[in-house]
Design a protein around this ligand. Structure first.
Ligand code: GEK
Length: 240
């Protein structure tokens, strides 16, 4: 049983920058499910795509794995195959809890507590960045995506899911409001939505779909598709 996210349900006199600490880990499954439209679909389809593209004798990476939702979905779809599954997160609290989940579900995932900008990547057939690149400093994103592409086997895939922004002001406003309405429909109050938004300011930096697509192309991915979008959340697949 996971706890209900009530972190921002009472007024915070001084809002701290959002961090993936013990308090967040406690409520994370509930928080992400109620905050990200399409989260369950994206995780399940990450597993399905990995099942198709993961190659025997290769590595699959879940970068920013949190509690291992994507890794566990990949593990389910690649059971009995000769694939090394690696999860990376720089939050010690997340990795510790993820380790418990892996143990409980009898799943073997190599977990690394380190920055995805520094982690070694090689012989990859599948790399997943589900809602993680948005937390990496903007100036470091190109080098990271380049390193991922370089470490990937031809025919391998990168699954990149992100909160996105819109170049068109009208669409930016509409999708922001629709996302907030989604959160309210999931039980968050106006105050919770507003406080979370402030805490994430300058921590989660979204980019437009075309920025992502151009970057992926410039790194050497030959095909890039947006396979899922709901409001200002999207998931792309890039094929090397
Ligand atoms: C899921 N993928 O359930 N290096 C390593 N980890 C990082 C870094 C970094 N530079 N920056 C942030 N993180 C997961 C959800 S959550 C998304 C991913 C969200 C980690 C951070 O500690 C957190 O666990 C994760 O990336 C982002 O599908 O909460 O919106």
């Amino acid at each position: 049983m996971t706890k209900t996210d009530d972190i921002y349900s009472s007024p915070h006199r001084e809002l701290q920058r959002f961090a993936f600490d013990e308090q967040v880990v406690e409520v994370f499954p509930d928080m992400i499910q109620r905050s990200v439209p399409g989260y369950a679909t994206i995780i399940a389809m990450t597993g399905v795509m990995a099942g198709r593209y993961a190659k025997d004798g290769s590595h699959c990476y879940d970068l920013g794995c949190s509690l291992g939702a994507s890794s566990l979905a990949i593990a389910r779809e690649t059971a009995e195959r000769d694939i090394r599954l690696i999860g990376v997160d720089n939050s010690a609290a997340m990795i510790e809890r993820c380790r418990d989940y892996c143990r409980q579900s009898n799943t073997t995932i190599e977990l690394r507590c380190e920055a995805i900008q520094d982690t070694e990547i090689s012989n990859a057939s599948v790399v997943v960045l589900n809602f993680t690149l948005q937390f990496v400093p903007e100036r470091e994103r190109q080098a990271l995506c380049q390193r991922i592409c370089d470490a990937m086997r031809p025919g391998g895939i990168l699954i990149l899911s992100e909160k996105i922004k819109f170049a068109d002001d009208h669409l930016q406003e509409l999708n922001t409001e629709l996302h907030h309405a989604f959160k309210r429909a999931n039980g968050y109050s106006e105050m919770e939505v507003a406080q979370k938004r402030s805490a994430l300011e300058n921590v989660l930096i979204p980019e437009t779909l075309s920025q992502h697509q151009q970057r992926l192309k410039s790194c050497g991915f030959s095909s890039v598709d947006v396979w899922f979008q709901c409001f200002n959340f999207a998931s792309m697949v890039a094929i090397k």
